[in-house]
Write a protein that binds this ligand. Structure first.
Ligand code: SF4
Length: 355
């Protein structure tokens, strides 16, 4: 059964924080049905995916994020030739995108990031989705230039779009607990909106399920909606459920007898709330198969999501934190998962254009 008033107001862009909080007490199946109906109205039954490859060029990092199981796990740093070999492999796999992120370096400057982009662009025609807001902030500080300067240089060198990672929970109290040393809420918003003004679209993310409350999650969703209303530069929203293994944050929660991560039901509530709050402002919501598992991602496609992300080819960040969903999914498997969920698979590129 639909929550008719909520359905109408979602499409009119009028969901309030009070509505969102109230929806947590609603019958979850009515909440999911309503989000699903808004999804159907806005984007129909197509479910998109991107054929891409993750390249994490280093796991060495000076950061101190307490949820991170990736930092210094192996202690590697890819050379330019090794990065190019991975891009070559991505091209052979049929990828249209490489997603490049790495740890924070004490000795890497804007020029090094620009050179990486130029080296790839000089050899390959492929979309480069790269560098988190934290990396852009860090490279700007290291180099002594403004964020706007860095973004212009990256765009000039061929950057297509940026992952809106490093958002975690956009609340400075929570950030001080889980990622002290990372850019703060205002700085994250500043990097992302400056990227949009520079002509670089970004995704937006939220890592939920650790020490934050539903109020923090809802506030975060409204921050993303407000950014989108101002810049229209966000291509999709990607909720990232917290993985609690092999990291100090997860271990401290478990030690204190608390849950590290949320229930599948709360994962689905996140998808539904995002869909309803964003309405027409931001129509792409991704169910990450790596984080959720392919089966829960299929269910999320009936609770508001309309995209299942990328093939990835290699995935270290979730795997080191306990994900067992695998590192690579072939385009055929992606299409099967979507079809089995009763929807139409559509391959897209980084900017959500159909391929
Ligand atoms: S999340 Fe990123 S910035 Fe933070 S410690 Fe891990 S690799 Fe470093």
């Amino acid at each position: 059964m639909l929550l008719n008033d909520i359905y109408e107001r979602s499409l009119e862009g009028k969901i309030t924080k009070k509505d969102a909080a109230g929806l947590l007490k609603a019958n979850p199946f009515e909440l999911f049905d309503t989000a699903d109906a808004v999804r159907k109205e806005l984007v129909g039954d197509d479910v998109s995916y991107v054929v891409n490859r993750n390249i994490n060029f280093t796991d060495k990092c000076t950061g101190t994020c307490r949820f991170c199981a990736f930092r210094n796990h192996v202690g590697y740093f890819l050379t330019t030739d090794e990065i190019l070999a991975r891009v070559e492999g991505a091209k052979r796999f049929g990828a249209t995108e490489v997603c490049i992120q790495g740890g924070l370096q004490p000795n890497m400057y804007l020029n090094d990031y620009v050179s990486m982009l130029e080296a790839i662009k000089s050899k390959y025609e492929i979309d480069i989705h790269a560098f988190s807001p934290m990396e852009v902030y860090h490279m700007s500080k290291m180099t002594g230039v403004t964020v706007a300067h860095s973004l212009n240089a990256l765009k000039e060198a061929g950057l297509c779009s940026m992952p809106g990672t490093a958002a975690e929970i956009l609340d400075d109290g929570i950030r001080a607990e889980i990622c002290p040393g990372k850019l703060n809420t205002k700085e994250w918003i500043d990097v992302v909106t400056t990227a949009h003004r520079t002509g670089i679209p970004t995704t937006a993310t939220m890592m939920y399920g650790h020490i934050e409350t539903w109020k923090h999650r809802i506030d975060h969703l409204f921050i993303i909606r407000d950014i989108q209303r101002e810049t229209h530069g966000i291509t999709e929203f990607v909720p990232l459920t917290f993985m609690g293994k092999n990291n100090p944050l997860g271990e401290s929660l478990i030690k204190a007898g608390k849950q590290a991560g949320v229930s599948g039901l709360d994962d689905l509530r996140m998808y539904a709330l995002a869909r309803l709050i964003f309405g027409r402002d931001l129509v792409n919501v991704q169910a990450s198969w790596v984080k959720l598992s392919p089966k829960l991602a299929q269910v999320a496609l009936h609770c508001g999501a309309n995209d299942i992300g990328g093939t990835l080819m290699e995935e270290s960040i979730s795997r080191t934190a306990g994900s067992t969903s695998g590192e690579c999914m072939s385009p055929g498997e992606m299409r099967d998962i979507i079809r089995q969920a009763g929807r139409n698979p559509r391959q897209r590129n980084t900017l959500y254009k159909l391929v």
